[in-house]
Design a protein around this ligand. Structure first.
Ligand code: AMP
Length: 481
């Protein structure tokens, strides 16, 4: 069990005014010291105040809202749904539900998780038996409301977890509907990694004099170190295998931009005898759960996932996050790398970088407040591709391993080569998996006036016909996983 550094006031759980039944369950989990978000949010939430919690993933925010909820529910009637927690994905809902069960095990409080992709009936049965806590994804929750299988009119406390993600995924109208359905609530808590405009307006409308608790907002966990691997599309898979074979990796999460790429990459790695599972939105819920469980219990070393499918997944000892494809936004980068360095373990975040990724790289570097190390995999055959074309902005010290030299002020890194787009690249545009930011924001088309270098000696093999650029690319859909 990871030990968290002492929070602001160095409280322990005994000092948080939790009742014995809840405290005993906390002790059973092995938690000794509250995390900073817990230390700050729990006292406020216990007072019954509305709360805006700004905390990145992996900071312990689930317990920060769950413990006060359990305290509230210890008194009052059993039977009606009194606490509603809304989360963006099934996996996160399932995880929050498990936390509710774990911390509520010495109480009579019952919890139910409701999300899409699985049969409604078992959920209806559980709801009929009575549950005081419901953890739900927005779409399925509204389905149950429409069917009349859930009554949320008696909800006293409402939590929106990863509220920013839900807005990114296009759930804002559903969220507003839900908020309006629980008009009698006494307490509302929002948790988000970043304060987007949507969240700001929503909290202005829906929170009553909230206390704001902000922990490590924006900057990703300090326990994660970052490295960029300049590479061309066609070499990504080989580079990945090279890294997997020659780096002391433990549990590795690999992120791709689309469901198709995740499925295909996992299949390719499996063929090469890696212990790998995929996690993407086209998989049936039981298959997704099998992948997560297998990854957690060590059956698989590698999980190849898309952003949406992996939101909120809690596996504490992920040693490496590898961004096989650059995420679409800075937020997505922060979410992804939040899978490693959790609970104060250390972790490494590797990102494969194409020339067109430079704009986003700069934004990430702005957020991190430092330049990310450009790393070159030793002994990797890059063919005629020179990874050094991706010059970092400004004349800062190169942190390439074994380099130690200082680079001169460099112009913006106009790529010398137009990387031939593989079939992957084209399919990526057709099958966004939950990406909601217009692609143009982070992936500006790179126009090169340079002659294309692929003369047959390229590792891409003979020159391929350039795929036709779509004039009006379909905006990324809100693939609600
Ligand atoms: P969360 O941000 O709620 O997903 O939590 C991230 C991870 O931190 C989970 O594995 C939790 O079990 C763990 N965790 C949460 N609170 C504590 C704590 N006070 N002490 C140790 N680990 C914790």
């Amino acid at each position: 069990m990871a030990q968290w550094s002492q929070g602001v006031q160095s409280l322990n759980f005994e000092q948080l005014n939790l009742s014995k039944r809840v405290l005993d369950a906390v002790r059973d989990t092995g938690y000794t010291t509250p995390t900073p978000i817990q230390e700050q949010a729990i006292p406020v939430a216990l007072e019954g105040r509305d709360l805006m919690g700004l905390a990145q993933t992996g900071t312990g925010k689930t317990a920060a809202f769950m413990l006060p909820i359990l305290e509230r529910l210890l008194t009052g009637p059993l039977g009606p749904v009194r606490a509603l927690i809304v989360a963006p994905t099934r996996e996160l809902a399932e995880q929050i539900y498990e936390t509710a069960v774990e911390f509520g095990k010495y109480t009579k409080i019952r919890s139910v998780a409701i999300y899409g992709g699985v049969n409604k009936n078992p959920q209806v049965k559980k709801l009929n038996r009575g549950a005081e806590i419901v953890v739900a994804c927005p779409g399925r929750l509204l389905d149950h409301v429409r069917d009349g299988s859930i009554d949320i009119s008696k909800v006293e406390v409402l939590v929106l977890d990863e509220a920013d993600t839900m807005c990114d995924m296009g759930f804002l109208p559903d969220i507003r509907r839900i908020l309006n359905l629980v008009q009698n609530r006494k307490q509302t808590m929002f948790f988000a990694a970043t304060m987007s405009d949507d969240i700001r307006y929503l909290s202005r409308d829906m929170l009553d004099d909230p206390a704001t608790v902000q922990i490590g907002i924006i900057a990703p966990a300090k326990t994660v170190s970052h490295a960029l691997f300049p590479v061309m599309e066609a070499l990504k898979k080989q580079l990945l295998m090279e890294i997997l074979d020659h780096t002391a990796t433990g549990r590795v999460m690999v992120f791709t931009r689309t469901k198709h790429r995740a499925r295909r990459l996992a299949g390719d790695l499996e063929n090469k005898k890696y212990r790998v599972a995929a996690l993407q939105g086209n998989m049936a819920q039981n298959k997704r759960q099998q992948s997560i469980n297998g990854f957690r219990n060590g059956k698989y070393d590698i999980l190849v996932a898309t952003d949406v499918a992996s939101r909120g997944i809690d596996v504490t000892d992920v040693s490496h996050v590898i961004n096989f494809d650059m995420p679409n936004t800075v937020d997505a980068y922060i979410h992804r790398i939040g899978r490693t360095g959790r609970a104060e373990n250390t972790g490494e975040a590797f990102t494969f970088m194409l020339p067109e990724d430079m704009t986003l790289v700069r934004r990430i570097e702005d957020v991190l407040g430092e330049q990310i190390e450009r790393r070159r995999q030793p002994d990797f055959a890059y063919g005629n591709f020179n990874p050094d074309v991706y010059t970092p902005r400004g004349g800062t010290k190169s942190r390439r391993r074994g380099s130690g030299r200082t680079q001169r002020q460099a112009p913006p890194p106009a790529p010398k080569q137009q990387v031939t787009r593989s079939r992957y690249g084209r399919q990526a545009q057709q099958e966004p998996d939950g990406a909601s930011t217009p692609r143009s924001e982070s992936r500006p088309a790179v126009k090169s006036t340079q002659p294309r270098p692929n003369n047959g000696n390229s590792p891409n093999g003979p020159r391929r016909r350039r795929p036709r650029r779509r004039r009006n690319p379909t905006p990324a859909t809100n693939a609600a996983d």
